[in-house]
Design a protein around this ligand. Structure first.
Ligand code: NAD
Length: 297
């Protein structure tokens, strides 16, 4: 078997690539960060100097990159995956949106390469533990080969042949996830201002109908301890909500809640800082209500 190529070894990509190494599979990696590459090499991966060098050695190449434009450049730009001599299938694990997925599929097809979008949900811990959910679309004849790799990362759902179907599914998921943080910020701030204990509120919500992914995971791990370090950059969550709003508008859906989440994330970047975690949305809502967002736990 040829190596599996993996480009983009950040918060999510490193966890997934490490799982391939741990399963004893031959993995060839590339990242612009040498530190990220070194971690994988220490785990048994081989490193390559460029995206095309990965694609000269691997029949299947996975990418997990921050922004859609970077995915486009790494796959279709100069010295990109599409120029590789060995690659037959390229899989985008990033959240890049369905419009980009269609562009990628066209560009890769022109080079005889099958394209899959397979964005992931679950966060850093799930990437490390193989508990992600993956939403994939691409040519059905290649799905068994792709699924055989993706099953190392968690549960892979095949959403059909149409390029971008997986991306649309992922944007729906992230809409619900981001809006859950926004609405939980509002409800928790209301309770705190009325004198309720935040830890007790989360305990009650998690046994009641208000339970959601923010009350269940984000508040206990990152908001109640005031660490705001859940592991997903507000900048990337903002990118997701921009993609979501654009796609809703293109489909004739009024993006009421998508716009709210997008705009709150923009304020989080402006008011908390460009490196803020997406859980810091809570700080903006608290500050608007006159609470000190930098108070200790
Ligand atoms: P990250 O910023 O931690 O990692 C991105 C990696 O890509 C970095 O190691 C960076 O050095 C590398 N990179 C950037 N440009 C490159 C290039 N031109 N060539 C090679 N490597 C390059 O991002 P992340 O949090 O791992 O997210 C990756 C994707 O997964 C994003 O699309 C994000 O929206 C999505 N995602 C993230 C999470 C999460 O919880 N972090 C969850 C689900 C989906």
């Amino acid at each position: 078997m040829t190596s599996i190529g993996f480009i983009g070894l950040g918060r999510m990509g490193s966890g997934m690539a490490l799982r391939l190494c741990a399963a004893g599979l031959p993995v060839i990696v590339h990242d612009v960060s040498q530190e990220a590459v070194a971690t994988l090499v220490a785990a048994g991966a081989t490193s390559a100097e460029s995206a095309v060098a990965v694609a000269n050695a691997a029949e299947i190449v996975l990418v997990s990159l921050p922004m859609p434009d970077i995915v486009h450049d790494v796959l279709l730009g100069p010295n990109g995956v599409a120029d590789g001599s060995a690659v037959k299938i390229a899989v985008d694990l990033s959240t890049s949106g369905s419009i980009m997925a269609k562009r990628l599929a066209e560009g890769l097809a022109a080079n005889g390469i099958a394209s899959f979008d397979a964005p992931v949900s679950g966060g850093v811990a799930a990437a490390k533990n193989g508990k992600l959910s993956l939403m994939a679309s691409g040519p059905s004849e290649h799905w068994p080969a792709v699924e055989a790799v993706l099953q190392h990362f968690g549960t892979a759902f095949y959403m059909g042949e149409a390029p971008g179907a997986g991306q649309t599914m992922k944007l729906v998921n992230n809409l619900l996830g981001a809006v859950a943080i926004a609405v939980t910020s509002e409800g928790m701030t209301m309770g705190i201002k009325a004198g309720l204990d935040p830890a007790r509120m989360i305990e009650v919500l998690n046994q009641s109908t208000g339970v959601n992914s923010a009350t269940r995971d984000k508040w206990p791990r990152s908001v109640l301890p005031r660490s705001f370090d859940f592991g997903f950059a507000a900048a990337l969550s903002h990118k997701d909500m921009k993609l979501c709003v654009d796609e809703e508008e293109a489909l004739g859906v009024d993006p009421k809640f998508g716009r709210l989440a997008r705009d709150l994330l923009k304020r989080t970047l402006d008011e908390v800082g460009p490196d803020a975690d997406f859980t810091a949305m809570a700080k903006v809502v608290e500050a608007d209500a006159g609470l000190d967002p930098d108070r200790p736990a």
